[in-house]
Design a protein. Structure first.
Length: 480
């Protein structure tokens, strides 16, 4: 009997050499860097933008608008990449990203700038998430750790460089240069996508895009962000506008959950989350990365308001967090595949990270600069052991045909939680500062950051619990 030839999408991809794999990795690192940089690059430039437009109250939306749009679109990009391939997905993301950058650079007022940041985020969500999907295409779980550190280094370096770079551009050039520079970078990313990703294996599958689910989560997120940013500052927490926003967020959030359970292909595939190990990997990733993203935004503010540093110097002082995190993630990604009990290192690392954040909270009001650098270095060293484990555990428990959706789900969860946590951190700092009045502003700013650091430690603890509960299944040596 003649053997049947499998469909084109079912033909196992030809194994790639290390050199070919590295070329593909290099092809997606620039998009990952671009998408990650915009999470934090405006942090130090916000005062300059607010002064030029005469609007300081809406400045936080320049960060949260990007993050909300980025979060809502990430899962859709995972589906698009499973349907049409990774190259097409990256080209769409780059196009939206450059268009959003153009709108922001030419914005005549704050309203248009915020709208541009939304469009910017819709593109950025595809830049960051598709890179991890590509990694899953080119390397099996057992070999993935040695390539993951390149992505981790790119992501964290971009996040850490953002405040320093944005502050320098706003101080010495003009804040619009932050967006103008994205145009040539985007064109280079398109060129790399068209050339270096030609050998990328294809695993297309028919999917339906859940635009309604994306709309619901964006609406719920915006309502929640508005309530958290205005509550206790512009309006009392129990005032009708704040309660209405919380109610809207709850109702629409429930609608999103119903949509997940009833849609033919929901934004977050419940079939993927039905696997216990996948749930724990997603949980560890979200509750671990959330505080790191938040710290990259709030540590420069802490150094300016409490320690008394200049904006550019404050941004540079946080770089050590990224450096140590990158080194730790790189070393861990190399070691993990060689160990049978590969959870031990991340567990110890997360304990170190938790202890370091607690020290930061304990000494927040009288921490010297060199003590600060030691503490954030220990946070980076400790936390850096966890991301390779979470990524490898996820990829070790899903098939290659749902891998795009699985990675997008992990990115979605991380971004959504980080966005909410940043809003919570901001509310904590603003409420603490406002409680003491102008005369006690410095004292209450310090107290607010103490509470932020305690909240970060609590989030790390939840990530640690997820890692502890994760089963150490043998790592696969081939795609399934």
């Amino acid at each position: 009997m003649e053997a049947q030839i499998p469909p084109k999408s079912e033909v196992p991809p030809k194994s790639m050499t290390h050199r070919e794999t590295m070329l593909v990795v290099l092809g997606v690192l620039l998009p990952v860097f671009m998408g990650s940089l915009d999470n934090t690059i405006l942090a130090s430039a916000l005062p300059t933008i607010g002064k030029e437009f005469g609007d300081v109250h809406n400045l936080p939306w320049l960060v949260t608008a990007y993050l909300i749009a980025n979060t809502a679109i990430t899962a859709l990009y995972g589906k698009i990449s499973d349907i049409h391939g990774r190259r097409v997905t990256l080209l769409i993301a780059c196009s939206l990203y450059m268009l959003g950058s153009l709108v922001c650079a030419l914005a005549p007022n704050m309203f248009v700038l915020i709208l541009g940041r939304v469009l910017h985020g819709l593109g950025g969500g595809g830049l960051t998430s598709t890179g991890m999907v590509v990694l899953g295409d080119i390397a099996p779980p057992k070999d993935r750790g040695k390539y993951y550190d390149y992505f981790s280094a790119t992501y964290t370096t971009a996040g850490a460089c953002g405040p320093a770079l944005g502050g320098a551009i706003a101080e010495y050039l003009h804040w619009s240069v932050i967006f103008w520079m994205n145009i040539p970078l985007g064109l280079i990313a398109v060129l790399l996508t068209l050339t270096l990703l030609r050998r990328l294996p294809r695993h297309e599958r028919p999917h339906k895009l859940d635009f309604l689910g994306a709309f619901l989560i964006m609406t719920a997120s915006v309502a929640l962000m508005l309530a958290l940013s205005m509550g206790g500052v512009r309006h009392p927490w129990t005032s009708p506008p704040i309660l209405a926003l919380f109610a809207l967020a709850l109702i629409v959030g429930i609608g999103f959950v119903v949509r997940l359970r009833t849609a033919p292909e929901p934004l977050i595939p419940l079939s993927i989350l039905s696997d216990r190990e996948v749930r724990l990997a997603v949980m560890a990733n979200a509750f671990g990365w959330g505080p790191i993203v938040g710290l990259h935004i709030f540590l420069p503010i802490y150094l300016q308001n409490v320690v008394g540093m200049a904006p550019a110097s404050a941004g540079l002082s946080v770089l050590l967090l990224a450096v140590t995190l990158n080194i730790s993630a790189g070393v861990t990604g190399t070691i993990l595949p060689k160990r049978v009990h590969y959870k031990t290192i991340p567990i110890v690392g997360m304990l170190v990270a938790i202890a370091s954040v607690l020290v930061l909270a304990w000494r927040a009001e009288n921490l010297t600069l060199w003590q600060f650098e030691i503490v954030i270095a220990m946070i980076g060293i400790g936390f850096g052991t966890m991301p390779p484990l979470a990524a490898t555990a996820l990829q070790n428990n899903v098939s290659i045909h749902t891998f795009g959706s699985a990675v997008a789900t992990m990115q979605f969860s991380r971004n959504l939680y980080a966005t909410i946590l940043i809003a919570v951190f901001g509310a904590i700092v603003l409420v603490a500062a406002g409680a003491g009045g102008a005369a006690a502003a410095a004292h209450y700013s310090a107290e607010g950051f103490v509470r932020v650091f305690f909240a970060a430690a609590g989030s790390f603890a939840i990530a640690l619990l997820a890692v502890v509960l994760l089963k150490e299944k043998p790592l696969q040596t081939a795609h399934v």
